[in-house]
Design a protein around this ligand. Sequence first.
Ligand SMILES: NC(=O)c1ccc[n+]([C@@H]2O[C@H](COP(=O)([O-])OP(=O)(O)OC[C@H]3O[C@@H](n4cnc5c(N)ncnc54)[C@H](O)[C@@H]3O)[C@@H](O)[C@H]2O)c1
Ligand SMILES: [Zn+2]
Length: 393
Amino acid sequence: MAKFDQTRFFQVKPAIYYGMNALDTLGTLDLTHVCIVTDAGMVKFGILKKITDVLDKYGITYDVFDDVQPDPTTDIVQKGLVNLMLKKPQALIALGGGSSIDSAKAIIYYGNAIRKMFSGSDVYQKPYFIALPTTAGTGSEVTEYAVITDPVRNTKIPLTDPQMLPDAAILDPRLIESVPAGATAATGMDVLTHAVEAYSSTNNNPFARCYAAKAAELVFKSLYDAYEDAHDLNAKASMQIASCMAGIAFNSSGLGITHSLAHAIGSQWHLPHGLANAIVLPYVVLFNGQDPYTSSVYGRLLSAMGILNISGNAPQMLMRSIEMLNREMNIPKSLQAAGIDEADYMENRGAIIGKAMNDVCTKTNPISPSIEQMLMVLDNVYYGTKNIEPEME
Ligand SMILES: NC(=O)c1ccc[n+]([C@@H]2O[C@H](COP(=O)([O-])OP(=O)(O)OC[C@H]3O[C@@H](n4cnc5c(N)ncnc54)[C@H](O)[C@@H]3O)[C@@H](O)[C@H]2O)c1
Ligand SMILES: [Zn+2]
């Protein structure tokens, strides 16, 4: 329910440049010396070269830190921070998927903390921060969040700070052309999860819902095409916009327990973030949809997306639409089907529930779940079953 009984805040930031050749915008941003935070894949796929060609063309000098790994750890951030402090660039470019963008954000975050500690001043002097996403998934280019992994406790650490919000985001479809089909599917389902969870979160608001609904509509229109034909740049551009819009939505409204479970599952079994979300989302929609208000919210989302609710049961319809998209893109329907051994599952089930219950995203889920309810959802996700609580049927 929209809450107008108190002052609330919504802003759209950063400046977003999008569409073919958006990359050339780099030449117009008054850059002199930049540090690029990226991963080895960007070098391998020739994406880094696309950026350095533009920088060379405009006489902008650069250093490259390409040590980022998927699901970046605190060690990587530490290394990147030393690099930033030595090079002192005027601007920082994050080039890559959520892992590179989140690493750059964490470098800024800890760099600021250290500067404050030594200078005693609250005045912040971060480099101009530009995000160039190379996946259409996390929306990290427009959020003030970063997710970093603590390798010792095998846990994802969420960081939140408005200072981590980029100053500019550049969405050029050529940057996501080389994403393999499986990763296009997984990252695209991350977008849909952001949209569905932002739309139905307890912290939703009319601005976030508007962006979330449009993002979900674009996913259903374009994701399969982007998956099937990597060179369909219209579909890819559309997914970049969807990803960005879903990021704007959840930056303001928060997420839900699909993300809480996906964070814990992802760090336990090293499943890509988008894939974990894709597998979990249908079961969470079924669970949350037991609540009559959330069921009506899902109904509104379906009509905003232009999906005809033929069954009259919005949670079932939304769940089936998500399952169909997953199936078309060969996403497994359960953790068991994804190859996770049952004994391994049983051994780690309790720890996963503990992490998911404490995840920040659980706070904004439309139903505040009990441990037993979270366990029931997780068992459904593992076995591919559709159990729901008898009293809520
Ligand atoms: N900050 C946020 O708001 C937010 C939101 C959701 C997820 N996340 C985090 O983002 C991370 C996941 O990011 P992701 O899904 O974008 O994947 P990723 O950044 O981890 O990249 C996955 C792999 O894809 C490769 N890749 C990326 N772009 C490519 C391209 N154009 N061509 C070929 N290969 C390419 C990378 O080199 C890497 O090996 C997780 O750590 C997750 O927790 C952050
Ligand atoms: Zn996500």
